[in-house]
Write a protein that binds this ligand. Structure first.
Ligand code: ADP
Length: 275
């Protein structure tokens, strides 16, 4: 190699080194910017969470006072009210209850998101978890003209290790949706099968279905499908978000299959392995 070629080669390498240094500095700067942006997002998330918590708390007291006032009015002035006034009072009570429910849901979401919820796990047969939820939903189902059918599993299934109240609330939400989004005179079927090391609870309805474009979104906070909003004006879009959090905390999963002919939700719950 000629001396001039060597010289060119060295210069070329020097240039490459310089370029690399510039790129490395750029990368470090980008990394810092991304870290800062990430911190900012977390900070904003916390601010949003604090804001919701404070507002929900502030709303809770006046809503309870209104509930109290409406209850007293209903009890004491019932006789002297015209039927039109009674209807207005009943609508007021209903709206008030809805607001209280929403505020309670918002406060609960905050607790679950910030991981402040304590779980009390006990070992129970699956029917002890499901049957009370079905019983609680019978009045709503009757009101909607829907039959809730729980086929208790044949034979012994492994017990589950769960927080009965919280997982019960999660199951209730999925069953309640199945009833809410079903047509009159239809049946919602609940069944359980064992697929070791899990029990799989299925909740099948012949309702409005979940459109494919909503598939990824229905577990997000506040999301409500457009067909769901049309079918049922009431709903916060918080139920499935909380439900999934509770199920995951138990080491389980939730998924669904849906078509225009209805929906089946599946919930897997790990079986108790201590015996
Ligand atoms: P909400 O029922 O208050 O709207 P959820 O978080 O419980 O909120 O459910 C989110 C959305 O998932 C619903 O708005 C609806 O679009 C869809 N969904 C859930 N369950 C069903 C079901 N069984 N059939 C049809 N759509 C459903």
């Amino acid at each position: 190699m000629h001396a001039s070629d060597e010289y060119n080669e060295v210069e070329h390498l020097k240039q490459l080194l310089k370029d690399q240094e510039v790129s490395a500095k750029l990368l470090v700067r980008r990394d810092r910017e991304l870290t800062r942006a990430h911190e900012k997002i977390q900070e904003l998330g916390q601010m949003k969470s604090d804001f919701i918590f404070v507002v929900a708390h502030q709303l809770r007291t006046p809503l309870s006072v209104t509930k109290w006032a409406l209850d007293i009015l209903g009890e004491n002035a019932h006789e002297s009210l015209t039927s039109e006034q009674q209807a207005i009072l009943a609508r007021g009570k209903e709206s008030n209850e809805r607001m209280i429910q929403l505020v309670d849901d918002l406060l609960k979401v905050d607790l679950y998101e910030t991981g402040k919820v304590q779980y009390m796990l006990t070992v129970v047969p699956i029917s002890e978890l499901i049957q009370p939820v079905v019983d609680r939903l019978l009045p709503l189902a009757a009101q909607q003209g829907v039959t809730l059918e729980y086929v208790a599993p044949e034979g012994e299934l492994s017990p589950v290790h769960v927080d009965v109240e919280k997982l019960g609330a999660a199951l209730q939400n999925v069953m309640e949706n199945a009833v809410k989004y079903s047509p009159k005179d239809s049946v919602v079927n609940i069944a359980v099968q064992e697929k070791s090391p899990h029990l799989i609870v299925s909740i099948h309805d012949t309702g409005i279905g979940i459109p494919p474009e909503d598939k990824e979104k229905i577990f997000s906070k506040f999301y409500r499908g457009t067909n769901a909003v049309k079918a049922q004006t009431e709903g916060s879009g918080l139920g499935l978000f909380m439900t999934r959090k509770i199920i995951k905390r138990h080491g389980g999963e939730i998924w669904f299959e849906s078509s225009a002919g209805g929906t089946t939700f599946y919930i897997s719950i790990p079986t108790d392995t201590t015996n």
